[in-house]
Design a protein around this ligand. Structure first.
Ligand SMILES: NC(=O)c1ccc[n+]([C@@H]2O[C@H](COP(=O)([O-])OP(=O)(O)OC[C@H]3O[C@@H](n4cnc5c(N)ncnc54)[C@H](OP(=O)(O)O)[C@@H]3O)[C@@H](O)[C@H]2O)c1
Length: 385
């Protein structure tokens, strides 16, 4: 039996995780659960899964929860509450499904405690990659990626020596603007950018998919998880989202991982690993006629991808600067404060203005994150729509 600490239970990954738990009541239970502001959904989740330790972002919501629940868990709030849930003594597995760099400290702490950490929160690996690897090595835990491409690579690279691998390829749906010309992309609205063709996800990652920054973050994430150089990690546009990644070996052979585009599959893989059981998704249907296409990405229409490669090559605090600027720019775009094309402009400007340093400690990385956010907010104020 695995006992989970689920961080970000009310989001897209969080609710899918609870579907997987519900499908395997004899194998999975929820010991601790944390979310942000969606207190009504969180209350219903608590009643159903009965975790003993729970946390919401704001103290007033935690107080409201206490008055509403029919049972008596430990109720906490804020970043301390999130951390307490991550380190809950009764949990052996942490599902990191909070969005953004807010998830960084809890992932690092859980790895240091030797937990299995199933990480959807790619930003924590992007911002603190080397530190996460160090926490993993010193804590003796496990790091299993939920991101579908990296989960695919975990399966493709199992048992392979690094020297056998020539390159890996992660696939990209191409997002809603895959076939749009540059002029049209520059004028894209929030509603158009949120209209993802194949995945139903939270708003931040959906915008990242429209700019292809999501793929850029995933390239950095792959480098952290699998110890590969930038030149060994490529992106292939595959709009059908059925092939999630490819491993290219030295002899020219490629292995591909295929499954339906449903996040419950990689979530279940990480929770039950190494076991494979039937789950909440029907088996893949090979009796339907399908056409799959594969294309290279276009760096001119999607400049966030080369910006992410540049950050990976620069190393140190460069990915933290990239991520912070992107989070602020995406937030501003969703709030209507900047246009779609300004997301990449803001990231490029902040990247150029903050010197890159070696990343030695979590505090230093978080300090860089704060400085990059201030620079991004200043740029955003100076460039209103
Ligand atoms: N969705 C996908 O298919 C997918 C696929 C691969 C990777 N990912 C990654 O998984 C992560 C989550 O994505 P998502 O799409 O599930 O996002 P989402 O739907 O926006 O959910 C985010 C979750 O984080 C919670 N949260 C935000 N700030 C918090 C804070 N300060 N303290 C505690 N909880 C906080 C939110 O709570 P409230 O809603 O209650 O405020 C919500 O539960 C992201 O890093 C994303 O890149 C997602």
């Amino acid at each position: 039996m695995r006992h989970l600490a689920l961080l970000g239970s009310t989001g897209s990954i969080g609710t899918s995780t609870l579907d997987v738990v519900a499908a395997h009541p004899d194998r999975l239970a929820v010991a601790a659960m944390a979310a942000g502001r969606n207190r009504e959904l969180f209350r219903a989740q608590c009643e159903r899964f009965r975790p003993g330790c729970v946390s919401l972002a704001r103290p007033e919501d935690a107080a409201w929860l206490e008055s509403e629940l029919s049972y008596r868990p430990v109720i906490l709030h804020g970043m301390d509450g999130l951390m307490a849930c991550a380190l809950e003594a009764g949990a052996d597995t942490v599902v990191a499904a909070v969005v953004g760099a807010a998830g960084l400290a809890s992932v690092e702490a859980a790895l240091r405690r030797g937990r299995r950490v199933c990480v959807a929160n790619k930003e924590s690996l992007v911002v603190g990659g080397a530190l996460m690897r160090q926490a993993l090595a010193e804590g003796g835990g496990e790091l299993l990626p939920i991101d579908s491409e990296h989960c695919a690579l975990h399966q493709l690279l199992a048992g392979r020596a690094p020297a056998e691998v020539r390159e890996i390829r992660i696939t990209a749906s191409g997002g809603p603007f895959r076939d749009w010309d540059l002029r049209r992309i520059k004028a894209a609205t929030v509603q158009e950018a949120l209209n993802h063709p194949t995945w139903k996800m939270g708003p931040k990652i959906t915008i990242d998919s429209a700019t292809l920054m999501n793929k850029g973050l995933e390239v950095i994430e792959a480098s952290v998880l699998f110890g590969l150089q930038a030149d060994q990690i490529q992106v292939t546009v595959h709009p059908q989202s059925q092939v999630h990644a490819m491993a290219g070996f030295q002899d020219g052979t490629y292995h591909l991982q295929v499954c339906a585009n449903d996040m419950k599959l990689p979530i279940q893989y990480t929770l039950l690993y190494p076991d494979r059981l039937p789950g909440p998704v029907p088996p893949y249907d090979w009796n339907t006629s399908r056409a799959w296409t594969f294309d290279p990405p276009d760096p001119e229409r999607f400049p966030c991808l080369p910006l992410a490669y540049a950050a990976l090559r620069a190393g140190g605090t460069a990915p933290a600067i990239l991520n912070a600027a992107n989070e602020e720019a995406v937030g501003a775009f969703l709030a209507g404060a900047v246009g779609f094309w300004q997301i990449q402009a803001c990231v490029a400007e902040v990247q150029a203005s903050i010197p890159v340093e070696p990343a030695h400690t979590l505090e230093q990385v978080m300090d860089t994150d704060r400085r990059a956010r201030v620079a991004a907010m200043t740029w955003i104020r100076q460039h209103p729509v």
